[in-house]
Ligand binder design. Structure first.
Ligand SMILES: [Zn+2]
Length: 249
């Protein structure tokens, strides 16, 4: 008898502001954009922050040119799901290192936006099975959970607080990593699935540059969304691993 997949728990939606921090333009579109469309449709504020500009992502295009193309694609892609603030931290694509400098730049963003929820990408070693995750994703996700903690402590990266014009922010309740193979939660994306597809399609130069001959955005997203939906009890869903962040939790 085939094993019954574990049910997923609905994500908390009692919040008003979220900050999404991912390594590359296109990361959110491969797993979270339809969820973002749902949230902005509920009147929530969602901000995007890209650690790099994905400038090393297209083999046939020089990074200086590629950066401009990909930032533009990301802004269009964000607008499709109701996000009009998109920031780029300008860190080097492909060679991100987990460490204190990366935590510092992400802490600065968390202190500036003061979100209740923070979304990042899967930072486990794999996507499940033998599909290895990518180094920038792992570095970014690990730095995000640490930066959320750092942001609440005035003595960490204190130059941002003393003379930097920022206040500590310890108000992030949870960090959510989309696409994690250890996801225990999900959100229904049935009604916003099409917006998610359109949002991924906005990365046209990147998708063409991948050279995956028969890549179909809808088909790709549908496979994952249907699987998660089955476990949530909806047609489509996006899955997340939840990390509680509140002080004292
Ligand atoms: Zn990526």
């Amino acid at each position: 008898m085939p094993e019954r997949p574990e049910p997923l728990t609905p994500l908390d939606e009692t919040w008003e502001s979220a900050l999404c921090v991912v390594a590359h333009p296109d990361d959110l579109e491969f797993g979270a954009a339809a969820a973002v469309a749902r949230w902005t449709g509920q009147g929530k504020k969602v901000v995007y922050c890209m650690v790099t500009s994905g400038e090393a992502g297209i083999d046939g295009m020089d990074p200086d040119e590629c950066r401009v193309v990909r930032e533009e694609e990301q802004r269009r892609s964000a607008a499709i799901v109701g996000v009009d603030v998109v920031e780029f931290l300008g860190q080097p694509d492909g060679v991100l290192e987990y460490g204190v400098p990366l935590r510092a730049v992400i802490t600065e963003v968390v202190r500036r936006h003061r979100p209740q929820m923070v979304v990042t990408g899967n930072f486990r070693d794999t996507w499940g099975g033998a599909n290895l995750n990518q180094a920038d994703h792992i570095a970014t996700g690990r730095a995000v959970v640490d930066a959320v903690r750092d942001a609440g402590n005035r003595w960490i990266f204190r130059d941002q607080v003393e003379g930097g014009g920022l206040e500590p922010w310890g108000g992030v309740r949870e960090v959510w990593a989309f696409g994690s193979p250890q996801s225990g939660h999900a959100v229904d994306t049935t009604d916003t699935f099409d917006a998610g597809v359109a949002s991924l399609e906005a990365h046209r130069a990147y998708i063409d540059g991948l050279g995956w001959e028969h890549f179909d955005s809808r088909e790709f997203l549908e496979g994952n969304a249907r699987q998660a939906g089955q476990r949530l009890g909806t047609a489509f869903a996006a899955q997340f691993e939840v990390f509680p962040m509140g002080w004292g939790d």
